[in-house]
Design a protein around this ligand. Structure first.
Ligand code: SAH
Ligand code: ZN
Ligand code: ZN
Ligand code: ZN
Ligand code: ZN
Length: 487
């Protein structure tokens, strides 16, 4: 079974009684592999929500070793927070441009002659007001840990996001893990308020408590009470306000905790504003190949074709030798209807009148699939034997009933990773589907020119896209897992 040894993540939900022990980075996540045979969690343990690298946070506790005492333990960060805020005070006290420096080695702002203690360290001399307005333009991007790598948006992406907010009449943006977007909005759009939630403590130096909170987005943890209260004030809205949550998590992050946090923030928003359950618009920046993981957590999220470029990533950009041929793989996932997002035609996007939304220029509409099918930045072609559009370099394997890469294709291994279009389970393709074999009433003849749907026996589409699917199967979705039952 697919889920037998999969690492499942349980998100802490303190308000509803699911409390987890804390590490210095807030409530931990519970990791468990469910053992199908014993039908109970095996080797469940609590570990840091933010860091997967033990060197960054060594906290780990077997679930069975949890005691009330360990559960109530909290970590003291007051003095660290206080000293960060003092650096901010120091920086605010400087009135003229000259004389304020920044040590990139120690990550600390320096006044006039304080730099003497930092000989040999890399410095930014004489910080200008302009630099102070956007620290991401001179700070060294964090890259010390997979879970914390910092990549900053290029100017085109920043403008695109701001234009989207204007089109959607959004006037409040929560920038969760998006410090450059936060600065961009503050510096250029007086009508849009922004609040930064970020794990990077250096932001303390550049932002006051009324628009920044030191925060962990993997467990919705605020490190400072005052910042937390200010954030709740920010969430409180008047009827004309439109608030959007924007997040660009490190791509090493698992989707479950991010989704858990987005749900909790939405919940807090509704509570504070005394609203019945109402979804908040979300922009979640993530690579196209993670679509499945996002939709498993948040089925209503759709992928927009806009390719997001970064200035300090050699491949996820549209400039330089190492940039990918198909462009950046990073996209916007959103619950905002895609029809409402206007992609810039001057950056190789077009309006598809049939889909009634903007798509990438190379994304050719398929009349058979009735959509613009490309995900990865290439032009897909329709395969009659798959009944769907596929990547241009793929070849059809009749044995697997799929188009795949030709290199190193090994049918058995390939099928083990496929999801069956009938029962939706992983591990086999349709001809091998035991459920289907049990229920099929008559034999379907294989054609070598065009696919025959094993459910309705009509030609030209696969079982997943069969419009009569519900006549044969009933689908029940519970907690992100879909079960298929034959009627
Ligand atoms: N493209 C964005 C930056 C994305 S980099 C921009 O240009 O604005 C990812 C950001 O998430 C970094 O700023 C990093 O400090 C932050 N981050 C990483 N882990 C985090 C966590 N657990 N909680 C909150 N923020 C985190
Ligand atoms: Zn930790
Ligand atoms: Zn095919
Ligand atoms: Zn097609
Ligand atoms: Zn094959």
């Amino acid at each position: 079974m697919e889920n037998a040894n999969k690492l499942q993540i349980v998100y802490p939900d303190e308000e509803n009684g699911a409390s987890h022990p804390h590490c210095p980075h807030g409530p931990t996540l519970l990791f468990q592999t469910s053992n199908q045979l014993a039908d109970k969690p095996k080797s469940a343990y609590y570990a840091c929500a933010a860091h997967r690298d033990k060197r960054m946070c060594s906290f780990q506790l077997l679930a069975e070793e949890l005691t009330p005492q360990k559960l109530s333990r909290r970590y003291e960060l007051e003095s660290h927070i206080k000293s960060c805020k003092e650096q901010r005070e120091k920086l605010l006290a400087v009135h003229d441009d000259a004389g304020l420096h920044y040590c990139l080695h120690c990550n600390i702002p320096l006044l006039r002659d304080e730099h003497r203690k930092h000989t040999g360290h890399e410095m930014v001399w004489n910080l200008t007001a302009e630099l102070l307005c956007d620290p991401t333009r001179f700070l060294r991007p964090l890259d010390d840990d997979k879970s914390q790598a910092q990549y900053f948006f290029d100017d085109k992406a920043l403008k695109f996001f701001a234009k989207c907010f204007q089109d959607l009449v959004v006037n409040k943006v929560v920038c969760m893990g998006a410090p450059r977007l936060h600065a961009f909005l503050r510096n250029n759009y007086a009508e849009i308020q922004s609040f930064l939630l970020d794990f990077d403590h250096r932001m303390f130096f550049f932002y006051d408590d009324d628009n920044f909170a030191w925060y962990n987005m993997c467990n919705n943890h605020f490190f400072d009470t005052k910042q937390h209260l200010n954030f709740e004030k920010f969430l409180k809205c008047k009827s004309k306000d439109n608030l959007l949550i924007f997040t660009d998590p490190p791509f090493g992050c698992r989707t479950e905790p991010i989704a858990g946090t987005l749900r909790q923030l939405t919940c807090t928003f509704n509570k504070l504003n005394k609203l019945p359950h109402q979804p908040l618009p979300i922009f979640w920046i993530f690579p196209y190949f993670s679509e499945h993981y996002i939709q498993q957590e948040m089925p209503h999220m759709r992928m927009c074709d806009y390719k997001v470029n970064y200035t300090n990533h050699s491949a996820y950009t549209d400039v330089g030798e190492k940039s990918r041929k198909l462009g950046s793989p990073v996209r916007v996932f959103t619950n905002v209807p895609l029809e409402l997002l206007h992609l810039p035609v001057e950056e190789e996007y077009k309006y598809c009148a049939l889909c009634q939304r903007y798509t990438a220029l190379e994304n050719r509409h398929c009349a058979r699939c009735s959509n613009c099918p490309s995900k990865n930045g290439s032009t897909y072609r329709h395969c009659e034997l798959c009944g769907l559009c596929v990547k241009p370099n793929y070849k059809h394997c009749t044995n697997c009933r799929r188009c795949t890469q030709t290199e190193e294709h090994e049918c058995q291994m390939y099928q083990a990773n496929q999801h069956c279009w009938i029962c939706l389970q992983k591990g086999h393709t349709e001809w091998m589907c035991v459920e289907w074999q049990k229920h099929r009433k008559d034999v379907v003849k294989r054609s070598d020119k065009i696919i025959t749907c094993l459910l309705c026996k009509r030609k030209g589409h696969n079982e997943r896209n069969c419009t009569r699917r519900s006549k044969y199967l009933e689908e029940l979705t519970f907690m992100g897992v879909t079960t298929v039952i034959f009627k």
